[in-house]
Structures are given as structure tokens and as C-alpha cells.
Design a protein around this ligand. Structure first.
Ligand code: SF4
Ligand code: SF4
Length: 122
């Protein structure tokens, strides 16, 4: 029988639960298989505005990194490196806290239009 496609993250239960299982084989109600983690969910799909980094204005203070609620700012060797666009929800907090205005928030529609225009130029 095909196992239920229940999403329990990456825990062992994903393969372990199937319709023909005996109730004794299930974990006790309320048991948590593993800590909650949004890593496997690409929450960046929700975004309607996108943070764009301006390298020239950045002083690598990493205040944006500290405030991002989704851990979507990647730093390398103590410096701003890039955004994790797979998980960034476009809340704009990083742009608001940046002391040098090195992050612009641009609508995804505008970015799509710019990409389209570039493709047409090629
Ligand atoms: S807060 Fe602004 S200046 Fe500081 S690291 Fe982030 S982008 Fe750069
Ligand atoms: S827009 Fe929000 S989620 Fe995306 S990098 Fe900035 S603070 Fe993080």
C-alpha cells in the first residue's frame, strides 16, 4: 500500500507512516518528530518585493543580518555576501535597518519586466 504523503519535514516518519499501520506503530499523540524548520519550505515563493543589495553603499556592518527574521542574509567572513532568495519573504526589514540605505526593495513584477527587456535586447 502507498504510504501517506504526510509532510513531517525530514524526519524518519515520512517513510514510516502508511494506511495499513497498526496504531501501536505510530508515535504517541503529541510527539514531535523533529524541531520545526522552514528550511525545506521555499518561503521565497511568497515574496512580492525583493531586496536588492547595493555593493557600493554597503559598509558590512551586518545589521541587516542580525534583524532578518528569516535568516535570509548570508554573510561570509564577517561580511555581507548575498540574500537567500529561496527563503527571503520580502518583508523589507533589512532595508529599513540598513544605516547606509544599501538595500533597495524592488517589486518582483518590475524585476520580471527588466529581465524580459534584457532578453528582448539579446
Ligand atoms: S545593514 Fe546595510 S550596510 Fe550593513 S551589511 Fe547590511 S546592507 Fe551592508
Ligand atoms: S526582505 Fe526580510 S526576509 Fe528578505 S532578507 Fe530582508 S529582512 Fe530578510
Amino acid at each position: 500500500m502507498t504510504p501517506f504523503n504526510r509532510n513531517f519535514g525530514q524526519g524518519r516518519s515520512r517513510e514510516g507512516i502508511s494506511p495499513d499501520m497498526n496504531w501501536r506503530e505510530l508515535t504517541k499523540a503529541g510527539n514531535i518528530y523533529e524541531p520545526g524548520n522552514a528550511n525545506t519550505y521555499e518561503t521565497g515563493d511568497w515574496r512580492t518585493i525583493r531586496p536588492i543589495w547595493n555593493k557600493e553603499r554597503c559598509i558590512h556592518c551586518l545589521i541587516c543580518w542580525r534583524y532578518c527574521p528569516d535568516a535570509s542574509i548570508i554573510s561570509t567572513d564577517g561580511k555581507f555576501d548575498c540574500f537567500d532568495y529561496k527563503h527571503c519573504k520580502g518583508c523589507g526589514i533589512c532595508a529599513n535597518v540598513c544605516p547606509t540605505h544599501a538595500i533597495d526593495m524592488i517589486s518582483e513584477d518590475e524585476i520580471d519586466k527588466q529581465k524580459e527587456a534584457r532578453r528582448n535586447e539579446e
